[in-house]
Design a protein around this ligand. Structure first.
Ligand code: UD1
Length: 418
């Protein structure tokens, strides 16, 4: 077991580079098997979720060379095999591989996906859409089997703009002979746009990415390409909040400020000074943050992945704040751990009412999920004394060298094996 040991009270100061996006890298890695050839990916973050995805692809005989943030994949010799359950369970987004496998082999077999425990996370929207595309689905002792002779042209309309379902439909639509698949009420997240840009570069015809109506026309042969993954907007948001909570002055390089708009807007409302440049954001904070009202929504609304991070910030804000979580039903677990540091809150269903405290005090806490773990680290950075955040493995799944980057900004934080 790994833990972060933090001695709080240091103002963060300085600049860091933001890594490539986890949530864009994962579907793009899945998409990299579609050309039956070579793909070079740059700016891939060094995180555990990527390590697991690489292991799954290697298990399927995909040859992968990795050098820091560069990945070269050769999927020419790839074979369809059963994906081991323990790997599937480690990563919910492994379900994204299903769309690519159906495109490439006409079938896929998998066990129910895993990932963070932040609610029931069903995959009915993925499976219902697959059925409409002419894919047969059977469930057998916890395994789901998908197969098709040919994907059909179809107009899909999602009940909810699910990120994963939108990506899976796109991936399953790429290797057809001119079939037209449209998605109404599609997710509009920047990571979907990045995936589509990658696929367009490979030769798939896609229009409407970034809007709620996407049209895909598949092709039989796709090209070898190189691609640079977009910056991680959630990682960037996390360091901005860290700067705010420690009353620091931080500059983040290699970001896309456009993707950060909903977060920057709230940080300004909290009292931060935010300076936006073409590929960088600087945040300065000199006082206790103002209270906020936050409601999570699909993009371009406030991201659910930043909810716990802002939850941590509001625990030290002036006055009473509220957070309404509209995307996942079980995403307040971190708040219970924050209360061990002295935070005060009340939960009413999907509403969290937070009474801001002037000061938090360090103690031993446990990560509850990826973003919840990061929220505890941020609380530790501004708490009095020492905070130990256990179950750091959750954080390592999605944050590239978070301890190193925070030390670069002047924090006193170490990752320790217990
Ligand atoms: C992705 C992100 C995750 C982010 C989330 C919402 C990745 C790897 N993960 O997750 O970090 O928090 O988008 O922005 O990109 N739903 C259904 N049925 C389905 C699919 C989803 O009911 O078939 C529900 C979910 O339970 C949830 C909501 O839709 O309540 C949103 O889920 P979705 O957008 O699919 O999230 P993910 O793709 O899992």
């Amino acid at each position: 077991m790994y833990s972060y040991i933090i001695n709080g009270g240091k103002r963060l100061n300085g600049e860091i580079d933001i890594s490539g996006s986890k949530n864009a890298s994962l579907p793009i890695l899945a998409a990299s098997i579609l050309n039956k050839g070579i793909v070079k990916l740059y700016n891939v973050p060094e995180i555990e979720d990527i390590n697991v995805t690489v292991k799954i692809l290697e298990h399927l005989n995909c040859k992968i060379k990795r050098n820091k943030n560069k990945l070269v994949l050769d999927s020419s010799q790839m074979q369809l095999k059963m994906i081991p359950e323990e790997l599937m369970r480690k990563l919910r987004s492994s379900v994204i591989l299903v769309g690519s496998l159906i495109s490439r082999f006409g079938k896929a077999s998998f066990s129910y996906p895993g990932g963070c425990d932040i609610g029931s996370r069903p995959i009915d929207l993925h499976l219902n859409s697959f059925r409409k595309m002419g894919i047969r689905i059977t469930e057998n002792e916890g395994r789901i089997e998908c197969s098709t002779e040919e994907i059909q042209s179809v107009q899909i309309h999602l009940d909810f703009p699910s990120v994963g379902a939108t990506e899976n439909i796109i991936l399953a639509s790429c290797l057809t002979n001119g079939k037209i698949i449209t998605i109404g009420n599609a997710a509009r997240e920047p990571e979907i746009v990045d995936l589509c840009n990658f696929l367009i570069k490979m030769g798939v015809s896609i229009s409407g990415a970034g809007t709620s109506f996407i049209k895909i026309i598949g092709r039989e042969d796709l090209k070898d390409i190189s691609y640079n993954i977009m910056p991680d907007r959630i990682e960037a948001g996390t360091y901005l909040v860290a700067g705010c909570m420690t009353r620091g002055n931080v500059k983040l390089n290699k970001v896309n400020p456009e993707h950060l708009k909903p977060v920057l807007y709230k940080l300004e409302e909290a009292g931060c000074i935010v300076i936006v440049d073409k590929n960088s954001v600087t945040l300065k904070m000199t006082k206790r943050p103002n209270k906020l009202e936050i409601k999570t929504l699909p993009y371009p609304g406030f991201p659910t992945d930043m909810q716990a991070i802002f939850g941590s910030l509001l625990m030290i804000a002036k006055g009473t704040s509220t957070i309404t979580e509209n995307i996942f039903e079980n995403r307040f677990k971190y708040a219970g751990e924050l209360s061990r540091l002295g935070a005060r809150f009340k939960q009413e269903g999907n509403l969290l009412i937070i009474e801001g405290r002037r000061r938090l005090s360090g103690t031993v806490v446990k990560s509850t999920d990826l973003r919840g773990g990061a929220a505890l680290i941020l609380a530790g950075l501004c708490a009095k004394g020492q905070t130990q955040v256990d179950d750091a493995e959750y954080v390592l799944r999605g944050y590239d060298k978070i301890d190193q980057k925070l030390r670069q900004l002047g924090a006193d934080i170490q990752l320790q094996k217990q």
